[in-house]
Ligand binder design. Structure first.
Ligand code: COA
Length: 261
């Protein structure tokens, strides 16, 4: 991977960790961060890529405190469209990544930071995390999918309230509304996310990836079409070596060795 100036990317035991590394600006998303994240996430599709990804921010103050307000302050409508397109492109790349992407949120996940976390498969948060879509306080609105993914995640009523007021919610409130899957003490968050990513990495990667795609596509269609989509994906797995290995290993009472084929 080419040198990245705003990210720290590591990989161990099939788990990639991407750290957004602009702590002095609370990891705000400028164009460089968005482009580098897009590059890093695109790289996950290569053969032999990781089986799970953890996306987080540098330090404990912020996951991402939003799109970069300084950079946005002078944008023309055309430049803002290009910026929004880049943010949407990044979120779509995360959703379409072949393996799950887990957001580990310490501190603020505001505006584009909340939207970025929402594009991940699910979110684990520190007790000190804060979520919100404060754009209307700046004369803006969510531009990286917040009006769409937040309402799909927590329902339109709560999404409207969060977006119209710009209020921040605590991690506990975010848990109660289904925005996050779990809330952990700050010192335990990274370890717990690693454990969850490790469990995923042990499973058959094609099966996990097919499940991810079926859930993503199924959200967009009616139940009958979604179930048909699932049946297609389910049956396709029977052409994989991992399906043979997984079922055979069960019958032989041993641990399967999945190859991602
Ligand atoms: N874009 C650009 N810079 C940002 C930023 C953003 N979204 N959020 C924080 N920063 C910068 C601050 O300008 C400051 O930089 P400086 O030290 O060079 O002045 C630095 O990060 C630290 O932020 P600061 O505001 O001093 O920290 P705080 O603890 O007092 O407040 C927040 C934290 C998150 C409440 C506050 O930074 C904030 O409201 N940020 C903007 C949130 C937002 O509206 N996001 C949506 C954008 S569309």
């Amino acid at each position: 991977m080419a040198e990245l100036s705003t990210l720290l990317v590591t990989e161990q035991d099939g788990i990639a960790k991407i750290v957004i590394n602009r702590p002095d600006k609370l990891n705000a998303l400028n164009r460089t961060v968005i482009d580098e994240l897009s590059q890093a996430v695109s790289g996950l599709s290569k053969a032999g890529g990781p089986r799970a990804v953890i996306l987080t921010g540098s330090g404990q103050r912020a996951f991402v405190a939003g799109a970069d307000i300084a950079e946005m302050s002078t944008m023309t409508p055309a430049q803002a469209k290009s910026f929004a397109d880049a943010g949407h492109g990044l979120c779509r790349l995360i959703e379409e990544a072949p393996c799950p992407v887990i957001a580990a949120v310490h501190g603020f996940a505001l505006g584009g930071g909340c939207e970025l976390a929402l594009a991940c498969d699910f979110i684990y948060a520190s007790e000190k995390a804060r979520f919100g879509q404060p754009e209307v306080a700046l004369g803006l609105m969510p531009g990286f999918g917040g009006t769409q993914r937040l309402s799909r995640r927590v329902g339109p009523g709560r999404a409207r309230e969060l977006i119209y007021t710009g209020d921040q919610v605590t991690a506990a409130e975010a848990l109660a509304m289904g925005l996050v899957n779990a809330v952990l003490p700050p010192a335990e968050l990274d370890e717990r996310v690693l454990v969850v990513a490790g469990k995923i990495a042990q499973k058959a990667p094609l099966a996990v990836g097919a499940s991810k795609r079926a859930i993503l596509r199924g959200i967009e269609v009616d139940l009958v079409a979604g179930c048909e989509l699932e049946a297609q994906a389910f049956s396709a797995l029977f052409g994989s070596e991992d399906q043979k290995e997984g079922t055979k290993a069960f019958l032989e009472k041993r641990t399967p060795a999945f190859q991602g084929r």
